[in-house]
Design a protein around this ligand. Structure first.
Ligand code: ADP
Length: 263
């Protein structure tokens, strides 16, 4: 996209002279488009559970007023919808907070081994419910400069996705590799087709929206992961093929050895 300006110019010896200037708008158009899409998507995601909540309130005030059984059932659906909205608003706030601080590099020493072990413990009941085994393999002390809560969020989102979308065991590993920490989460689920891979970390991009919503997903988990990893000057790599499961790897710069002791 280009913005074109044409201004007449008086130039001796020329009858019809003009200055033509071109401004490349491709990038600003793309950013503006993404912003508009984001607001539209976020509104749509909030409107759906909100409409359902209102519908149930009206039913409870009207036709189901004296029906005890229906009331209990409706109230538990309403609770689920309210929880979904609350998760969505929390994720939107996290995303905007991280985006605001994207240029600031967090630098508290964080021991990733302790952090990952803690997240695995927190998610163990969810894995057990889904009949999924969490296998953990960690070598050596891995300390990175970072923000503990944000890094916990990365581990949580990736392991949670592997439990939600995977099947069979989820293999979680953490080890140093050269000057980087490598955190990897591998599942044996249906995997992801190559055409989806480049868009997977976009906000609200889902391969199967129905499945994601049924599992309580907001469609923002991987966008949050991508932003946190970027803020830590790291890299996220996704390896997957249909029927072959998926592996999400996060590379983070290790802390300089003399600073590691304060982790
Ligand atoms: P959601 O809240 O929908 O899980 P995410 O941003 O975490 O949002 O993930 C985006 C989409 O990527 C998911 O809806 C799902 O389609 C796909 N996805 C994420 N992790 C996996 C995985 N381990 N295996 C297969 N598909 C996955």
């Amino acid at each position: 996209w280009f913005e074109v300006h044409i201004a007449p110019l008086r130039l001796e010896g020329y009858e019809n002279a003009a200055v033509v200037s071109l401004r490349d708008l491709t990038e600003s158009r793309r950013v503006e488009r993404m912003r508009v899409d984001f607001v539209a998507n976020a509104s749509h995601e909030l409107r759906t559970p909100l409409a359902s909540l209102l519908g149930f309130v009206e039913t409870l005030q009207g036709p189901a007023r004296d029906d005890d059984k229906a009331r209990d059932r409706f109230l538990s659906i309403m609770r689920e919808q309210a929880q979904r909205m609350s998760r969505l608003v929390d994720d939107l706030l996290s995303l905007s907070r991280i985006e605001q601080h994207l240029h600031l590099r967090p630098d508290t020493p964080v021991d990733l081994g302790i952090l990952v072990a803690h997240i695995v413990d927190t998610l163990a009941p969810m894995a057990e419910d889904g009949g999924i085994e969490l296998k953990v393999d960690m070598t050596g002390q891995v300390v990175v400069p970072g923000d503990r809560d944000e890094l916990a969020r990365v581990a949580e989102n990736l392991i949670e996705n592997a439990i939600k979308y995977g099947s069979g065991p989820v293999e979680i590993s953490l080890s140093p590799l050269g000057a980087s920490a490598v955190f990897s989460v591998r599942d044996h689920g249906p995997g992801i087709a190559p055409e989806h891979l480049p868009r997977l970390t976009e906000r609200f991009y889902r391969v199967d929206a129905g499945k994601s919503r049924a599992k309580g997903g907001t469609g923002l988990g991987l966008a949050i992961v991508k932003h946190i990893v970027a803020r830590h000057r790291g890299r996220l790599a996704i390896d997957s093929a249909p029927g072959k499961g998926a592996t999400f790897r996060v590379f983070l710069p290790l802390i300089e050895p003399e600073k590691a002791d304060s982790a």
